[in-house]
Design a protein around this ligand. Structure first.
Ligand code: CUA
Length: 326
């Protein structure tokens, strides 16, 4: 079967920690600058003294013997003991302050809790208060600095160790099986933020991408209401729906309101409300979806979704149905 070339999502991905979009990411950058500044100062002093010694005491006119030797110096010993102690103390204190601010044992009061489950190689997002399950694209309400809405992610893994990292929003947090880690931040800027799994987790680790969309509160509530609805029941695609529900798709995927209740793969109830497929690898178009269903490894070698080997008619029917899951 002819396959369309794979088209990765467009646009520049800004994943710079130096362009923070939350107070918490800003704190990390500030700390980075303080530590880098101290390190540069140490570098300049050490290299300066070295250069000074090389130039000032280089062999000049002397033909034999060692230069004058000196043994022990109270003031120098004191200086190179006390100065590093002060530097280390300062580094420890500024780091501790940032860690206490960011890495709290419990989410701040009033946090919106979202459960994040790492899978090989995609992300599951569950909103327990809203009863929503989605994948790969995390949608968050904007936090007003006057009336903060912190987001607390409870992270766990369904298989191996992953790491959740959206550099402009927060620091990295490892994602373990049989353990829940917490990461919180206040999304104070609207927009799209890119991230990526930051712990090697197998073949497609590099393509375990994260997209976070921060919406103004009202838009976010609209999104929630939409996501809470069951999968569309468009009568025009009844045949496609029957085909889909008769295939093994339903063992791994869920479409709310149908017998498809699998949880091994991403929830498909509102599949077409997501911009990308395969954890952010390609745009979510009919062509890419067709390639994905026909042979996932063409887009993502090693993906755990099997090639469905549907005949042309079945494939089109299933596509017709999936395209209505908006
Ligand atoms: Cu998941 Cu790397």
């Amino acid at each position: 079967m002819d396959r369309a070339p794979i088209s990765p999502p467009e646009g520049v991905k800004n994943t710079s920690i130096f362009d923070p979009a939350t107070p918490q990411a800003e704190l990390i950058v500030d700390l980075t600058w303080v530590v880098t500044g101290i390190c540069i100062a140490i570098f300049l002093v050490v290299e300066g003294l070295l250069l000074f010694a090389i130039l000032r005491y280089r062999r000049r006119g002397r033909t034999a013997g060692d230069p004058a030797q000196c043994y022990g110096s109270g003031p120098i010993e004191l200086a190179w003991t006390v100065a590093p102690i002060i530097i280390v103390l300062v580094l420890a204190m500024v780091s501790a302050r940032a860690i206490f601010d960011i890495d709290r044992p419990a989410p701040p009061a009033g946090s919106k809790i979202i459960e994040v489950v790492g899978h090989q190689w995609w992300w599951e997002f569950r909103y327990p208060d809203e009863s929503i399950i989605t994948a790969n694209e995390l949608v968050l309400p904007l936090s007003d600095p006057q009336d903060p809405q912190p987001i607390a992610l409870e992270l766990t893994s369904a298989d191996v160790v992953h790491s959740f990292w959206v550099p402009r929003l927060a620091g990295k947090m490892d994602v373990f099986p049989l353990r829940t880690n917490m990461l919180w931040f206040e999304p104070t800027a609207p927009g799209l933020f890119h991230g990526q799994c930051a712990e090697y987790c197998g073949t497609q680790h590099a393509n375990m991408l994260i997209r976070v969309r921060v919406l103004p509160k009202q838009e976010w509530q609209q999104w929630v209401r939409h996501q809470q609805q069951d999968g569309a029941l468009d009568p025009d695609v009844a045949a496609g729906r029957r085909t889909f529900l008769s295939l093994s798709c339903i063992n791994c995927h869920r479409v709310a309101g149908t017998i498809a209740e699998g949880t091994f793969g991403p929830d498909l109830t509102h599949l077409m409300s997501r911009e990308t497929l395969a954890a952010g690898m390609v745009m979510n178009t009919r062509e890419n979806l067709r390639t994905w269903i026909d042979d996932p490894s063409h887009i993502k070698p090693g993906a755990h979704m099997p090639a469905m080997k549907l005949d042309e008619a079945q494939l089109e029917q299933v596509l017709d149905y999936l395209m209505t899951l908006k």
